[in-house]
Design a protein around this ligand. Structure first.
Ligand SMILES: C[S@@+](CC[C@H](N)C(=O)[O-])C[C@H]1O[C@@H](n2cnc3c(N)ncnc32)[C@H](O)[C@@H]1O
Length: 239
């Protein structure tokens, strides 16, 4: 595991602690919607044979391990050491020798210019505020070779809710409420997270499209996959 720089700011340290604690139980099987989005990200990344691929906010490897099976190289980046250790163990168990992990926050990650063919991410960018998302996308454009591809799956709606977004939020709240007391606790916790801590900052699909274009990408697809989540993909314009 590469550790380019210690994670120094308090907000990022607290996020890494949060995901370290969740690593052991992180599993898409409890969240079929998340699995659907991950499948879609992998599909839109296309064939990665002989390609150098990066997974941003890789978690325990839901995208990275699948893509590493055919990619030339996989660089998996996350700020949770526990997530990366799980990913490394699974890569070893699967005999994958082309996987490198980097413990870093996306906000400060640096990779060599023109060193990557495909960048993917699933459900990590909503932990960044919109200007941070836009800034990472601009750096991602520098890391890619000409014609390179970026595919982002994430929670995609506005918390400054318009009517479509209000529907998504109410359906999330309703689903949680149906789970009884455990669900009511999640509602309270999530409301606190949304309103006070703002640890989750989803951006609507239209904002993603604008950020892609501003970073120098042609948007090749932008689609809602499940109520709360979508996938946006782009290709780097020739310089
Ligand atoms: C919801 S999980 C998704 C993990 C994985 N991509 C998946 O599809 O299951 C979010 C991941 O993003 C990571 N993360 C959150 N904020 C991050 C940041 N600022 N920089 C790097 N990783 C971050 C967390 O540690 C966690 O592993």
């Amino acid at each position: 595991m590469k550790v380019p720089a210690p994670i120094s700011d308090a907000a990022t340290r607290s996020m890494s602690g949060l995901w370290d604690r969740r690593a052991a139980s992180w599993d898409h099987s409890a969240m079929p919607g998340l699995g659907k989005i991950a499948d879609e990200v992998v599909r839109r990344a296309g064939s990665v044979t002989d390609r150098d691929v990066v997974d941003l906010g890789c978690g325990s490897g839901q995208l990275a391990l699948r893509l590493a099976a055919t990619a030339r190289s996989m660089v998996a980046v996350d700020l949770s050491r526990a997530m990366l250790e799980r990913l490394e163990k699974q890569a070893d168990d699967a005999g994958l020798t082309n996987v490198e992990t980097i413990l870093a926050a996306l906000q400060t990650l640096e990779l060599p210019a023109g060193s990557v063919d495909v960048i993917v991410s699933n459900y990590a960018f909503h932990h960044l505020r919109d200007p941070q998302k836009a800034e990472v996308l601009k750096r991602a454009a520098r890391w890619l070779r000409p014609g390179g591809v970026v595919v982002i799956g994430d929670m995609m709606f506005s918390i400054r809710a318009g009517s479509a977004d209000r529907e998504i939020i109410s359906s999330k709240v309703l689903n949680m409420a149906r789970k009884g007391p455990a669900g009511w606790w999640r509602i309270t916790k999530n409301a606190w997270r949304f309103v006070v801590a703002r640890k989750e900052c989803p951006a609507p699909i239209a904002t993603w499209e604008t950020m892609f274009r501003d970073a120098g990408f042609t948007v090749t697809s932008a689609e809602r996959i499940v109520a709360e989540g979508g996938v946006v993909s782009g290709r780097l314009l020739a310089p």
